[in-house]
Design a protein around this ligand. Structure first.
Ligand SMILES: Nc1nc2c(ncn2[C@@H]2O[C@H](COP(=O)(O)OP(=O)(O)O)[C@@H](O)[C@H]2O)c(=O)[nH]1
Ligand SMILES: [Mg+2]
Length: 249
């Protein structure tokens, strides 16, 4: 029996900041991708957007009964927004994807199929998307490739694309992870650190059609290097007990 059983119920958490024109198309795509596949709720976390994101979400709630909206009064970053959504989620398994439409919601049923396969390991706690063909600028693709190579080498997390926005994971697992800004880029290493298994699945990736990216070289590369050192330290400072059978848990 897997530690975190999947019973066909899924919470989809989408962190967004200033994505007004991406809200409606993506909500509709997610609903159509999951209808008949899972019993789902859609939790949008609006991280202090200053555009019409909130108004668009509120307007959609009347039409999409699965939609819940949580709003941070001021921006606290993507990791915190994800965390707020996971805490609020009702179901034991969480899917997340970028709110800008770069991840295709049709990949969600593919990730769920991995989970539904009875042959998967009982310790499988994270299924991570892997953008084999990124649709971003040459500079972004190149910097992502270098960052992924350095991270995989330093952390030995055996993950090709740690920061891919589309992922499926056990809620309880996520809630046990260390909580820091930018932690969402290190989920595979952090899940493995506490004994969970992770698989990467190649997923499609799309160009951003509306709005613009929130990350640049400064907040991706330099912050990323500091975070890498932090995650390495966390990896070295964990001790996982093996609980003796017969213990009164
Ligand atoms: N909640 C929250 N979400 C963010 C923030 N920055 C980016 N995002 C969301 O994270 C996703 C990916 O961001 P994006 O700027 O497209 O990054 P890129 O695809 O890596 O260039 C999108 O859904 C953004 O709306 C933030 O500060 N807070
Ligand atoms: Mg993007």
């Amino acid at each position: 029996m897997p530690k975190h059983a999947y019973h066909g119920q899924l919470s989809v958490v989408v962190p967004v900041r200033n994505e007004q024109d991406n809200i409606e198309p993506l909500v509709r795509e997610i609903v159509s991708a999951l209808t008949g596949v899972a019993d789902f709720e859609l939790v949008y976390v609006d991280d202090g957007s200053t555009d019409a994101t909130r108004a668009r979400l509120d307007a959609l709630k009347a039409q999409v009964p699965q939609l819940r909206v949580i709003r941070h009064r001021t921006a606290c970053g993507q990791s915190r927004a994800l965390c707020t959504g996971v805490r609020a989620a009702r179901y034991a398994w969480i899917a997340t994807l970028d709110g800008d439409g770069q991840n295709d919601p049709l990949e969600l049923p593919r990730l769920l199929a991995v989970l539904a396969d009875p042959a998967h390991s009982p310790r499988l706690e994270l299924i991570a998307g892997w953008r084999a063909q990124r649709r971003d600028s040459t500079l972004r693709c190149l910097s992502s490739r270098v960052a992924n190579a350095v991270r995989a080498r330093v952390l030995k997390d055996h993950t090709a694309d740690s920061a891919c926005g589309i992922k499926l994971f056990a809620r309880e697992t996520f809630l046990q992870l260390p909580d820091f800004d930018h932690m969402h880029r290190f989920l595979p290493a952090l899940v493995k650190r506490q004994g969970g298994e992770v698989v990467s699945i190649p997923v499609s990736h799309r160009a951003r059609l509306r709005g613009r990216s929130h990350y640049g070289i400064h907040n991706r590369l330099w912050t990323g290097l500091i975070d890498l050192a932090g995650v390495l330290w966390l990896q070295r400072r964990i001790k996982l007990p093996v609980i003796e059978p017969g213990s009164d848990l």
